[in-house]
Design a binder for this molecule. Structure first.
Ligand SMILES: Nc1ncnc2c1ncn2[C@@H]1O[C@H](COP(=O)(O)OP(=O)(O)O)[C@@H](O)[C@H]1O
Ligand SMILES: [Mg+2]
Length: 744
């Protein structure tokens, strides 16, 4: 993940930014410390943004807030690896891969929210810094990491006025706390101003809130219905209440606690209940997830959205836009508070179960093609699996979940993590033969994609033994299916063809469309490797049709890829190229890194057939790098593909150059090449921006622009922001009149 800049205004901190800049020049580990809500993360993100240019290999944001407090070094290393690549683990081990990645790079890692993982992050940082001479780390934590060479910068609260003095409104606005309060109040009430009448109360309020940004943001939302003077009075009552209860807490924590408590008390009971329950989500969530997991008992499902809306308006929930949906999250300090309430209420275990059941139901919907996109995040998945293994009697459902997540592991760069969960849960959750037989295929799949043929074979042997003893067709279908893939990836693909043909028939008879489509495209692949090209194309087309009808997008994409490779083998370069380009464009949305890497490789083979050696080498390097990032290599497809492709042993420098891909969009842009990336034109805008600007002038929304150009909503928004900046206008309307003015 690259830096996640907050869309809200940034106030003050000139001194802190300068100090951080200097410290990063002197020390390789700088830790920003301070209490929750003081603004450590904001300062870190802004500093990193400023430092960007100094780091040739980029600035990477590693958020640890979602990671469980009990996590070990491996888990945290996996999070870092995931940020730097697209995968959690590489087959050769997280550490090795991570060290190799950072070894010679000029990187800045921003490791955010270390406080609940102090020992582990300290270890991680000191090991990484020892191995990577050009690496620098900017950490945020309530306490210092205590690592040799660490430079600690304490982040103070924002400046507040002096309680003894009276200020004019203008003088008051020289204090950062006041500016923040004013800015946030204006978001709610654009007419809010500091006047001679309210100046004293505003100053007082900022003092009461200790200049703590989070407390100020929460309190500002109340200025809709209370004057600053009323707020001061009510807060004073709160402090008395609170300090009577707890004399030990530091004053600063007390003021934040008071504001959070106050917001909590002011909520309607249903909103308050939702706030507590939302703490069950480890990271961000959308409205659907919140409704299904938290809408029960005293909180009706139909009330959830309204309650979310209220929490957003009080800044308890932050929003972030994803492709096509809005997701929400609780700031760390607010989630901590909610978790406490949730635990006290005794509802926590029930919510964990509901969360796991939701993740399980979603995984089933996605696997069977009943929905196009999942409402869950990777953090949800991992939390649900953790709960299933650590709760008595839940391992069986946990195994079911891990199996249904097959595509998640394979396509989204979680090969090792998936393999680990599947093996743990097979151990704990599959108590009888039938359960094992229904689950074991998923491990075989992951192992084959990891290019671990021996591991796959061991599990296949067990599946064979199970299939012999069990009644019913399913174990036999799985055995035919995955033995078939094993052979398709070998030098005897003919055996794979026979086996996969049986599997396709078996799954069809069992009315198991999802498995049937997977077996079908894999059959096309086996035929391709066996040089039965005409049949391969027929079966690939059949797989394409069947998987489209069933909304099984990942199977559909692979069917397309195989059709493309077959056409290339048949010498139909133009059709092959057109198909694979379409496929790559769909990868912007579906984010199947494995398929995107394979598609990039295919584009390279086509370039080689056209005699364009330079482009071929570039594309090979790019796809090799992505395969490596997700923990495998092209070799998993087996010797036939490697031979057809004339795949050269990897060219290290080219791979290194390629290995800085941040997301699917970037991979797709680079694979598609100069034809689709922006080229400079005579005007201030690149040709792509020019295109976007014209669409805006035609009145299209960002969403419509994204759809028209087949790019993600985020990419479209990025273009629009850049255009606005370049043209020096302030809005989309400004862009439209620029286009119209120039063209007439
Ligand atoms: N200088 C600032 N300008 C504007 N908003 C700020 C500033 N510092 C912090 N905030 C806001 O205050 C809240 C808490 O800040 P955050 O950086 O998350 O605190 P911490 O990491 O110390 O817990 C966030 O919503 C953040 O955007
Ligand atoms: Mg933080």
């Amino acid at each position: 993940m690259s830096l996640a800049r907050s869309p809200s205004t940034f106030v003050g901190r000139r001194h802190e930014l300068e100090a951080a800049r200097r410290a990063l020049g002197e020390s390789r580990l700088v830790t920003l410390t301070g209490p929750g809500g003081v603004g450590k993360t904001r300062v870190a993100v802004e500093s990193a943004e400023h430092a960007g240019r100094a780091f040739a290999d980029g600035v990477w944001f590693v958020p640890l807030a979602d990671v469980d407090a009990g996590a070990g070094l491996d888990t945290v290393a996996a999070v870092v690896l995931r940020v730097l690549t697209k995968s959690d683990q590489a087959s050769r081990g997280t550490w090795e891969r991570l060290l190799e990645l950072v070894a010679d790079r000029r990187l800045l890692l921003v490791v955010d929210n270390c406080e609940h993982l102090l020992t582990v992050t300290a270890q991680l940082c000191s090991d990484l810094l020892r191995e990577a001479p050009n690496l620098r780390i900017l950490a945020t934590s309530r306490e210092a990491l205590q690592v040799a060479g660490e430079q600690v910068l304490h982040v103070p609260p924002l400046s507040v006025p002096d309680v003894q003095r009276a200020y004019s409104p203008r003088d008051l606005e020289t204090f950062d706390a006041v500016v923040l309060l004013r800015d946030r109040a204006r978001q709610i009430d654009p007419g809010f101003a500091i006047t001679p009448e309210n100046a004293a109360a505003v100053g007082r309020l900022c003092i009461q809130l200790d200049g703590l940004p989070l407390a100020i943001e929460l309190a500002a939302t109340r200025l809709r219905s209370l004057t600053p003077a009323q707020m001061v009075e009510r807060l004073a009552d709160r402090f008395t209440l609170l300090s009577a209860g707890d004399r030990t807490a530091a004053p600063r924590q007390r003021s934040l606690r008071a504001v959070i408590d106050w917001s909590h008390d002011l909520c309607a009971p249903s909103t308050r209940l939702l706030w507590n329950r939302l703490a069950v989500f480890p990271g961000s969530f959308d409205v659907d997830a919140a409704e299904k997991v938290c809408g029960f008992g005293a909180l009706d499902r139909a009330e959830v959205f309204d309650a979310i809306d209220r929490l957003v308006s009080q800044s308890i929930l932050l929003t972030q836009r994803d492709v096509g949906v809005i997701r929400y999250r609780l700031l760390a300090a607010v989630r901590e508070y909610a978790l406490e309430k949730l635990t006290d209420s005794g509802e926590y275990p029930e919510l964990r179960r509901r969360h796991r059941d939701f993740v399980l139901a979603e995984a089933a919907e996605v696997f069977h093609g009943r929905v196009t996109a999942s409402h869950t995040s990777h953090a949800d998945v991992i939390t649900a699996l953790h709960w299933s293994t650590s709760t008595q009697g839940e391992a069986k459902s946990g195994l079911e979940l891990a199996v249904l997540l097959g595509w998640h592991w394979v396509a989204e760069g979680h090969l090792d993590e998936g393999r680990r969960w599947l093996e743990i849960l097979l151990e704990e959750g599959a108590t009888d033969a039938a359960e094992r037989a229904n689950a074991i295929w998923a491990v075989i799949w992951v192992a084959l994609i990891q290019n671990d043929r021996d591991g796959a074979w061991r599990h296949l042997e067990e599946l064979e033994r199970l299939a012999e003893t069990l009644a019913g067709p399913r174990p036999r279908n799985h055995l035919d299916h995955w033995t078939g893939l094993y052979h398709a990836f070998s030098d005897e693909p003919g055996r794979g063809v026979a086996s996969l043909e049986r599997a396709v028939r078996g799954h069809a008879q069992a009315d198991d469309g999802a498995h049937e489509c997977i077996a079908l495209f894999q059959l096309a692949f086996a035929l391709l490797c066996d040089d039965q090209l005409t049949r391969a194309l027929e079966v690939a087309e059949q797989a394409l049709e069947a998987s489209t009808a069933l909304h099984l997008w990942r199977s559909r994409d692979w069917a397309r890829w195989i059709a493309g490779v077959t056409r290339w083998r048949l010498g139909d370069l133009d059709t092959a190229e057109r198909d694979v380009r379409t496929l790559l464009i769909t990868q912007r949305r579906s984010r199947d890194f494995l398929c995107a890497a394979a598609s990039t490789a295919l584009l390279g083979w086509i370039a080689a057939s056209r005699g364009d050696e330079a482009r071929a080498a570039e594309l090979q390097a790019l796809s090799d790098a992505v395969f490596e990032d997700i923990g495998t290599s092209l070799a998993f497809f087996g010797p036939r593909i490697v031979r057809f492709a004339g795949h050269r042993a990897d060219d290290r420098t080219a791979t290194d150059r390629a290995a800085r891909i941040r997301d699917a969009d970037e991979l797709v842009d680079r694979a598609l090449g100069p034809a689709s990336t922006p080229t400079p034109t005579a005007g201030p805008l690149t040709s792509r921006e020019e295109e976007v600007a014209r669409l805006i002038a035609q009145g299209l929304s960002n969403k419509a622009v994204a759809e028209r150009l087949v790019i993600s909503r985020r990419t479209a928004e990025g273009h629009v922001e850049r255009i606005i900046r370049k043209l020096g206008v302030t809005s989309r309307a400004g862009v439209a009149s620029w286009v119209v003015g120039r063209d007439t």
